[in-house]
Every structure is written in structure tokens, then in C-alpha cells.
Ligand binder design. Sequence first.
Ligand SMILES: CC(C)(COP(=O)(O)OP(=O)(O)OC[C@H]1O[C@@H](n2cnc3c(N)ncnc32)[C@H](O)[C@@H]1OP(=O)(O)O)[C@@H](O)C(=O)NCCC(=O)NCCS
Length: 198
Amino acid sequence: MGGYASLFNIGSQSFFEVPKDFPAEFDSLLRAPDLEIGPASYEDIAEIYRLENEIEGDDGADLVTLTARWRMFGAGFLTARQDGCLVGYIESCLWDRRLPSFEAQPDCFSSQHRIGAETLYIIFIGVAADCRRRGVASSLLAAISWVGRCYGARRLQAVSRDHVMPLYEAADFLPVTAMPDFLPEPAVNFMLMEHSLL
Ligand SMILES: CC(C)(COP(=O)(O)OP(=O)(O)OC[C@H]1O[C@@H](n2cnc3c(N)ncnc32)[C@H](O)[C@@H]1OP(=O)(O)O)[C@@H](O)C(=O)NCCC(=O)NCCS
């Protein structure tokens, strides 16, 4: 399991009773047992950017945005590696927002991120195209649930494209409400999904 000890060195924000490592039983929760999951390092960001670009193309976050998200909440920015290769990642923030109102401003996450907030919001989850349907994303969701609990979050929240809903449903998220204007993507429906951590 990737070293959570490095969490102590990440970011500038105050620390919130996060244990040094994933619990021993965590490995058994992973659907892909040979995965290494842990917090992203600064050195990982260029590689994450390349994968983001492969997955999202021109709509993907740029290097500056990814770096800002990592600085904002490094503990909630996890990578998944297999044999050393980056195969997936998840970005998140903690906030008090109760969607569905959402302003898609570039800094909306960093301006609202707050350690101690009750909701861990999943900004993005992505898996390399040739590594899908092997449990990488569901393992990342299990890992981020653990991070959320460590930070006292009561729920996970994500806004899902319609074709990604099966992933969240498989991880016991429930649909809350449609968010038709979430992003300007024609012919894509968005749904607010939540998963209780209580
Ligand atoms: C969505 C995504 C992250 C899923 O990653 P993944 O590693 O393939 O997901 P998992 O293997 O953990 O899937 C777990 C379960 O979710 C469901 N699921 C995942 N992807 C699915 C798909 N394309 N179609 C239907 N069900 C799917 C299945 O129930 C799956 O279990 P199964 O393989 O035993 O049937 C990946 O397809 C991706 O990166 N897509 C592009 C980026 C994106 O849209 N990200 C979400 C931003 S809203």
C-alpha cells in the first residue's frame, strides 16, 4: 500500500487526526489487489496531467489547475499504480456545499475547501483506458472514503455523467437530483450522487 506517512508532508493546511497509514484490513477492500494507492506527490502531477489529457482531451484540467488542487488538499488527491505505472487518480475537496447549485468557476474548489467540512466532494476520478473494468476506480473510491472518514466527513458527493452512474451505484452512492446545467456538454446528463460515511 502506498505510504500514507508522506501525507504529513503534504500541503500547508492544518492536520486533522489522519493516521499514518491505511488500516491493515484496507488491502482486502481493494478490488484490484496488486494496486498501490496513496497520496499523489508533487512529482506525480506531470504524469497525472498526461493521463488527464488522454482521458479528457482539451476539456481536461491543465497543469496549473492540477497543482493547485494538490496544494489545496493533498490528502484527498490519490493515485493508483500498478507495477509502478499510473493507472488512475482521484481528486477531492472538503466543503459545506449542498449542491445542486454550482458555479463552474476555476477556483470554486479552493475557495470553498475547508478542513472540518462535512462533505468530501469528488472533483474527478479517471482511469487509463486500457486499465478499466478491473476495479481501479472502485478501489480509489474505497480509499477516498477512508480519507473522508479520517477528516470527519459525513458523506461523499460526486456529480456523475450519466454513463458513469453505474460506477457510483456499484459503490453504493444514491442519486440525489439531476444537474442538467452542471457542465456545457451536449447530450450528457449529470446527476448528483451521494454516499453516506456514517
Ligand atoms: C468511469 C471510470 C473512472 C471507471 O473506472 P474503472 O476502473 O473502469 O471502474 P471499475 O472497474 O472500478 O468499475 C466498478 C464497477 O462500476 C461499474 N462500471 C464501471 N465502468 C462502467 C461502464 N463503462 N459501464 C458500465 N458499468 C461500469 C461496473 O459495475 C463495475 O463493476 P464490474 O466491472 O464488475 O461490472 C473510467 O471509465 C474512466 O476513467 N472514464 C473516463 C473519465 C470519467 O468519465 N470520469 C468520471 C468523471 S464524472
